[in-house]
Design a protein around this ligand. Structure first.
Ligand SMILES: [Zn+2]
Length: 181
């Protein structure tokens, strides 16, 4: 849509909670333009109060009915969280720690399972399979948090005015896979 037609109004048809990664700008991924998407980007597509508030705002103000949590393959924030779980260090900034701490609950059981199934030498390693599973688990956790974390969103969902779903963008192919809810 042209910029002039959007000066006084907008009606984005979807709200995207995506990762800040430079390779996954939502509008470019979906081939869309100005006014199409209400996008919230944060490393690891985590859900904190400001993300929930942004979604509440857009869902109410613009009557946007669809929220997509879009994570992506090879996510650096998820990988950093796996590293932190395998080899905890204290020398992170509290701000970065706030992101890792929000991803950790979704992926720590995978790290424990992976440690049990590995061959016994104590070198931690993030396999591609572990990172894949962790990315998906983190997306699903964010979807769950949006379902649980807001009375406003709960009411919209109950009245069939909002659908929240997960999706993964694959850097390798440029494709987006939507998760069935
Ligand atoms: Zn990422």
């Amino acid at each position: 849509m042209s910029r002039n037609r959007l000066i006084h109004a907008q009606s984005p048809f979807a709200i995207i909670l995506g990762c800040s990664d430079s390779r996954v700008p939502a509008e470019l991924v979906f081939g869309l333009g100005l006014g199409d998407l209400f996008v919230i980007r944060v490393a690891g597509n985590i859900v904190a109060p400001s993300q929930i508030g942004s979604i509440e705002f857009a869902a109410e103000k613009f009557s946007t009915h669809l929220v997509v949590v879009m994570g992506h393959s090879l996510c650096g924030a998820v990988e950093a969280t796996l590293e932190q779980l395998q080899q905890p260090t204290d020398n992170r900034s509290p701000n970065l720690r706030a992101i890792v701490d929000r991803i950790s609950p979704a992926v720590e059981s995978l790290v424990k399972f992976d440690a049990k199934s590995s061959s016994g030498d104590n070198t931690p390693m993030i396999t591609p399979e572990l990172l894949d599973q962790a990315v998906r688990s983190n997306i699903k956790a964010s979807v769950d948090k949006l379902h649980q974390g807001s009375e406003i969103l709960k009411a919209l969902i109950k009245n069939d005015k909002l659908l929240i779903m997960g999706a993964e963008y694959f850097l390798e192919t440029g494709e987006v896979e939507f998760f069935s809810s």
